[in-house]
Design a protein around this ligand. Structure first.
Ligand code: N2P
Length: 343
């Protein structure tokens, strides 16, 4: 009897061992924006956990969504902006995050929790916050630039880089027409079409991955870019000035989220907790100086980092966020594709 009990206990232990080793994640499939996740952070995570990270990149929310929905590849973590989280939640494409397994969530700025796109903080963990604004090479452009109207002028034709992002571009034209970024209807799109027809032929480079490059190379002298790109330009040379557009500026909150069909959700939770560590989050800020939502990490940043006007805009500028606009997003894509094709 005793022997049987011992054999049973050993068997149970072996089975438990098998079970735990089969559920220990070996890899993490991360689908995130380009120029946003430092290789050092990925390597540090692998070193600490033994989990290999497959990092695939995208350059717009819409590109990410198309790939995710196609089902061609399964991801454990994606990095949507707030309006895309809102859309994914509506479609039941995200799984709830077990907060008990992510204790470092306590480091996140409470002002960034409980927002409209995820009212109960169930599905998303802020990665970085940023704005979209204007960069001017002040050695080349001496006239004052305060808003979009000052950028898109005939005299700057062929000297402008902009994000390759239809939702962004249309929001700039809407702002110029006195509308908010979410006032998207067939009527408002028709109203901004002449503005866009005038603007797009002035653009030399469309680049969402690294719009700083064309400015650094001197290929262009003005840009409408992500704030983190502007911050890197400013660090390179303060002749690159960042301006929040007078007509209205857009703030984005990019977060990590776990798709409902993620093959390794446990690895995703480990990664979330890892990147929320202040010492790790500080490394993200060093490479990609957006506004860090991690208050404990911010305490570790240098005065220079915190004084960069693109990363941490002075004053209390009025910023508006994008909301999910449903099928109108398709109209926006079509409008910009058509206008680009017209040259
Ligand atoms: C990082 C892109 C910034 C994300 N390269 C904009 N939502």
């Amino acid at each position: 009897m005793k022997r049987i009990a011992i054999v049973a206990a050993v068997l149970a232990a072996v089975l438990a061992g098998c079970k735990s080793s089969s559920t220990t994640p070996k890899e993490l499939n991360l689908f995130a924006w380009s120029e946003y996740v430092p290789q050092g952070v990925i390597d540090g995570f692998t070193k600490e956990t033994g989990i290999k990270v497959n990092y695939e990149t995208y350059a717009s929310n819409e590109e990410m969504l198309a790939k995710l929905v196609s089902g061609a590849q399964a991801y454990d973590l994606i990095q949507p902006s707030e309006y895309t989280i809102e859309a994914l939640v509506k479609e039941n494409r995200l799984q709830p995050i077990d907060a008990a397994k992510v204790p470092n969530l306590k480091n996140i700025d409470p002002k960034l929790r409980g927002l409209a796109h995820d009212p109960n903080d169930k599905y998303s963990v802020p990665w970085m916050v940023g704005t979209v604004g204007i960069v001017v090479n002040t050695e080349k452009v001496t006239d004052p630039v305060k808003g979009f109207k000052d950028v898109f002028q005939e005299k700057y034709k062929g000297r402008i880089v902009v994000l390759d992002d239809p939702r962004e571009i249309v929001s700039w034209a809407l702002a110029t027409d006195g509308k908010g970024p979410n006032d998207v209807t067939p009527e408002t799109l028709a109203a901004v079409t002449p503005i866009l027809k005038q603007w797009l032929p002035l653009v030399k480079v469309y680049d969402s991955d690294s719009p700083k490059t064309a400015l650094l190379n001197g290929d262009v002298d003005l840009g409408v870019v992500w704030s983190g790109e502007a911050a890197l330009l400013y660090n390179e040379n303060p002749k690159f000035q960042y301006i929040l557009p007078a007509e209205g500026a857009h703030q984005f909150i990019d977060s990590l989220a776990i798709p409902v069909d993620a093959p390794n959700p446990e690895a995703a939770l480990l990664f979330l907790n890892y990147i929320l560590r202040p010492d790790v989050s500080k490394l993200i800020s060093a490479d990609f100086p957006y506004t860090n939502p991690n208050l404990e990490a911010r305490k570790l940043l240098s005065p220079e980092e915190l004084k960069n006007p693109a990363s941490y805009p002075p004053g209390d500028p009025k910023l508006e966020g994008f909301r999910d606009i449903g099928d109108s997003a398709v109209q926006i894509d079509k409008l910009i594709t058509d206008l680009k094709a017209q040259g």
